[in-house]
Write a protein that binds this ligand. Structure first.
Ligand code: ATP
Length: 380
């Protein structure tokens, strides 16, 4: 939603040379150990005690660590041979680098500008787990922000702050979010500086996003391997150079998990326990529920009429089963910001009741004002 950033949807399966150029074929691996006693396998760098098997408890049973490449491999075309081996992308970023020149030219972008994409990535994780924190197929959202080399430090600081603001703006509690600079020995081979955005998960601080200053490593590597010119000509200074890149790389799946945990609330209302997901309305999957007070035909007909008014604009649900209290609770649990209730008076006065998820306050408004009422309260 910015003038200096454009979107992209690149291929999941790229030419295999892309992953050679990016360094993934050679070094996108985790250290794998196997317990000689129970034969379970673990990622060495994530073990609490590198000498004791967390599965069977035995000591000194691990094999020597070997580097396990996390890319899923398959074959392009009907014949399986070493010549046509391809990979499912383990990140969306490389699709952006190899399309840099296409996007720059066709969208007529000038530095500084970003290319962003959201999409599936695949990693053959040794130990997936913690619900959707680590899965083998997950959704990433990444951006490569291209800029002049002498402006990279400034943009790096800018994007760190901007990304922090993004999480807080969408409702993450400030005490549960931290920025952590990488130590020199943690830095990837391509990066001069990296910050992680960490969330306080139930098991402790863990990563939501990495923001890296990748310099001109990627564009240079792809230019060398492909023979394409990926330099940029600055029409004002008349200089030609490889742009530098600031990359915020976030997990949409993992971040959604953090939003869920942060929004989950149990509270007591008039002596009763209520579970409510206090999601920012922009994140709530269902924005409005339309509920008839009873299953009577004439109420259901008006409910359908109200639902039709709302369906074009928002994701809505119509729920007719069980008591109205039960149905409010159900919507509270999935974080629906508003419930619109059609009752017997509606048949006479053409008015409905709108209930706010968080305050549980109710307003009585004419049916023809419902869209305007909700529009002013549901941003985005
Ligand atoms: P980790 O050290 O946890 O394996 P990473 O540092 O390798 O992650 P990046 O390569 O920086 O992760 O990927 C960017 C983001 O993609 C991560 O911050 C995370 O939110 C998300 N991500 C990476 N791997 C997974 C996964 N297996 N499941 C879900 N999300 C993931």
């Amino acid at each position: 939603m910015r003038g200096d950033v454009v979107g992209l949807d690149s291929a999941v399966i790229q030419a295999p040379q892309v992953w050679v150029a990016s360094g993934h074929v050679n070094s996108f691996s985790d250290p794998l150990v196997e317990c000689r006693h129970c034969h379970n396998r673990f990622r060495l760098d994530k073990l609490e005690d590198t000498d004791q098997c967390p599965s069977c408890g035995n000591r000194d049973t691990f094999t020597e660590a070997r580097e396990f490449n996390l890319m899923f491999r398959t074959h392009m075309g009907p014949v399986e041979s070493a010549d046509n081996e391809v990979y499912l992308r383990p990140e969306t970023a490389q699709g952006i680098f190899i399309n840099f020149e296409n996007v720059r030219r066709t969208a007529r972008m000038r530095l500084p500008f970003g290319i962003a994409q959201i999409g599936k990535s695949f990693r053959n994780e040794i130990t997936p787990g913690q619900f959707v924190f680590r899965t083998r197929e997950f959704e990433q959202m990444e951006m490569e922000f291209f800029c002049r080399p002498d402006e990279a430090d400034e943009w790096f600081q800018y994007w760190i702050e901007e990304r922090r603001r993004w999480y807080l703006d969408l409702g993450i509690t400030e005490e549960n979010l931290r920025l952590r600079p990488h130590d020199d020995d943690e830095l990837s081979h391509y990066s001069t500086a990296t910050y992680d955005v960490d969330y306080r998960f139930p098991w402790g601080w863990d990563e939501l996003e990495g923001i890296a200053n990748r310099t001109d490593f990627d564009l240079k590597a792809h230019a060398e391997h492909s023979g394409e010119d990926l330099t940029y000509f600055d029409p004002i200074t008349e200089e030609r150079f490889f742009p530098h890149v600031i990359e915020p790389a976030a997990g949409a799946t993992r971040t959604t998990f953090a939003f869920l945990i942060d929004a989950y609330t149990e509270e007591e209302v008039r002596g009763e326990q209520r579970t409510v997901l206090k999601l920012d309305p922009r994140l709530a999957p269902v924005k409005v529920a339309v509920l008839p007070l009873s299953k009577k035909d004439d109420l259901v007909a008006v409910t359908a009429e109200v639902a039709d008014l709302l369906r074009d604009r928002w994701m809505i649900e119509v729920d007719v089963t069980q008591s109205i209290g039960r149905r409010y609770r159900r919507q509270d649990e999935i974080g629906t910001p508003y419930c619109v209730t059609v009752d017997f008076d509606t048949l006479d006065d053409r008015q409905v009741t709108v209930r706010d998820r968080d305050t549980m306050e109710q307003d009585r408004i004419p049916i023809e004002n419902v869209v305007g009422y909700l529009e002013s309260r549901l941003p985005g």
